[in-house]
Design a protein around this ligand. Structure first.
Ligand SMILES: Cc1cc2nc3c(=O)[nH]c(=O)nc-3n(C[C@H](O)[C@H](O)[C@H](O)COP(=O)(O)OP(=O)(O)OC[C@H]3O[C@@H](n4cnc5c(N)ncnc54)[C@H](O)[C@@H]3O)c2cc1C
Ligand SMILES: NC(=O)c1ccc[n+]([C@@H]2O[C@H](COP(=O)([O-])OP(=O)(O)OC[C@H]3O[C@@H](n4cnc5c(N)ncnc54)[C@H](OP(=O)(O)O)[C@@H]3O)[C@@H](O)[C@H]2O)c1
Length: 462
């Protein structure tokens, strides 16, 4: 039986969402209704549950795989509000675990010490470390270890292959033809005198090579390159990243979807070195969790700030392309069930309307019934022009400004690196143009006034 208590590892992402504090619920501790009492389930002690529904949201022919995944909350007592996130504890792919054990010639039953206590090496590789991406620390640790190799081994290089980490194409396929020949560029530098030493030297001395190497490789790849060093089960684990839970913005309102919690998940899939790979948690949920059967550890990660206005008559503007739609589905469900009178304006976008209009039927129904007051859709790979949400914001700048002037809340969810920055800049430009401010004043109005003082520019970006 999987020990859920042993799987928590510190994750900086978790700082984004904190445990429930009565103050932000607008009530003091004494008045806290029973329903809101902090659950016993947490990142350290996740609730073991099942996925009760799991289906692809994309249209036929889409090159994306975005899934709607529903977890059953059963008798956990877990509660949440629209805007919160769910923590999911993944497990490593069993076939990858077995392949590593087989390469190292371990039975899997060998005992090892980990940050969470003693366990078998199979359990450590399954539930305690991230084995789908090799870590820099593990590689760096090899340098010290390579010197430890007992005795002097005579090694003859009989072949060497290298693949491009960008497209997986074969860039070197060298085979030895006679005793004593070496691949081009070979230099004898280490005691464990095969190409592992050259590669290790290159990775340690060149940070770009290191990044490039770890970006596309797991421990099966790394053991093919460095297995000659030799590992005990304990040595194998040294420097591996500890397994971390992943957070997902919740896509449901607890009042609308009672007893369940819904997610909108972009499945990470890619191919490197002729092997298909997935992100750890998205691959786990998409491929390895059987609906209504496999046990998955989950916990709530409440937000203190990304919440609907207490006053339901306030207007809201929501900008959430791609999986950024998740909390806005929750918000719309909540505004519907609360019969909030405020207007709801949604900016959504993705590649194409045909393939990636997530929750089309629900959104169209909300539009028809006036729950979505305004909707602007940005399709980035449809037609000649790239249309992004901020382009549609620009087009509607005057009206956005009038909503904001009228006290509307402005929410952004999704990609932090590019989208959220561009949306932020566009919001400032709108204030310059229609609020008649200088760029400096507009920046201050958005970043201090809206964000910090009035707390009506709120972001859930990752
Ligand atoms: C507060 C918060 C809310 C979030 N909400 C959502 C949400 O609602 N929906 C959602 O889908 N995600 C959400 N995320 C992101 C989510 O937590 C995970 O990071 C994401 O699902 C990937 O996890 P994974 O374990 O599958 O991938 P990991 O195993 O962690 O791998 C992801 C990494 O794979 C790498 N990668 C991607 N493509 C390639 C490639 N071709 N080659 C090599 N490496 C590659 C990237 O570096 C990426 O960082 C949220 C994150 C936070 C912090
Ligand atoms: N930081 C993160 O970890 C993070 C955050 C978000 C998404 N992702 C990853 O990205 C993949 C898909 O995620 P997703 O489905 O949520 O979609 P997404 O990649 O965020 O894309 C959604 C839409 O946003 C567009 N977009 C790209 N750059 C933009 C910009 N600067 N401004 C505004 N819009 C922009 C995309 O267009 P084009 O693609 O046509 O340019 C697409 O139409 C997943 O693998 C997910 O894990 C990672």
């Amino acid at each position: 039986m999987y020990d859920f208590t042993s799987s928590f590892v510190k994750n900086p992402d978790l700082l984004v969402h904190l445990f429930i504090y009565p103050s932000y619920l607008g009530i003091n501790g004494d008045e806290m209704p029973e329903k809101r009492i902090k659950s016993e389930w947490s990142a350290k002690n996740p609730f073991p549950t099942v996925i009760s529904d799991n289906y692809v949201l994309n249209g036929a022919g889409s090159r994306k795989e975005t899934r709607h995944i529903v977890f059953d909350l059963g008798d956990s007592g877990l509660d949440y509000k629209s805007g919160d996130a769910l923590g999911v504890v993944p497990r490593c792919p069993p076939e990858l675990v077995e392949e590593i054990l087989s390469i190292c010639v371990f039975s899997g039953e060998e005992e090892v010490e980990t940050h969470l206590g003693t366990c078998t090496v199979r359990e450590a590789l399954t539930n305690r470390y991230e084995i789908h991406r090799v870590s820099k620390k593990w590689i760096k640790g090899l340098l010290e270890r390579s010197g430890e190799t007992p005795g002097q081994a005579e090694i003859r290089i009989v072949g060497r292959r290298r693949y491009s980490s960008t497209d997986g194409s074969l860039i070197l396929d060298w085979k030895s033809e006679e005793d004593g020949d070496f691949p081009d560029g070979y230099v004898e530098i280490g005691d464990f005198g095969d190409n592992s030493a050259i590669l290790l030297h290159e990775l340690i001395s060149d940070p770009d090579s290191m990044e490039d190497y770890i970006w596309s490789r797991d421990y099966v790849d790394a053991l093919a390159d460095f297995g000659s060093i030799g590992f005990s089960p304990q040595q194998l684990l040294e420097g591996m990243n500890r397994l971390k839970p992943r957070l997902y913005s919740i896509a449901s309102s607890p009042d609308f979807e009672q007893g369940t919690v819904h997610l909108t998940v972009a499945i990470v899939r890619y191919s490197h070195h002729n092997r298909e790979r997935t992100g750890l948690c998205t691959g786990y949920m998409a491929d390895r969790c059987e609906t209504n059967s496999s046990q998955v550890g989950v916990y709530m990660s409440p937000t203190r700030s990304f919440v609907l206005p207490e006053d339901g008559s306030k207007d809201i503007i929501m900008v959430g392309p791609g999986t950024g739609i998740a909390p806005f589905r929750a918000f719309l469900q909540q505004r519907e069930i609360d019969s909030s009178s405020g207007r709801n304006w949604l900016f959504f976008g993705d590649w194409t309307e045909e393939g990636e209009y997530l929750y089309r039927d629900e959104m169209e129904d909300w539009k028809k019934r006036g729950i979505i007051t305004r909707q602007d859709l940005a399709w980035s790979r449809q037609g000649d022009e790239k249309v992004y949400v901020q382009h549609l914001m620009e087009k509607n700048g005057e009206e956005i400004w009038s909503w904001i002037e009228n006290g509307a809340y402005f929410y952004v969810c999704g990609d932090k690196q590019y989208m959220a920055k561009d949306v932020h800049a566009t919001l400032i430009e709108i204030c310059v143009k229609f609020g008649h401010m200088s760029p400096v004043e507009a920046k201050d109005y958005v970043e201090t006034g809206l964000m910090k003082t009035e707390k009506r520019y709120l972001r859930d970006v990752y």
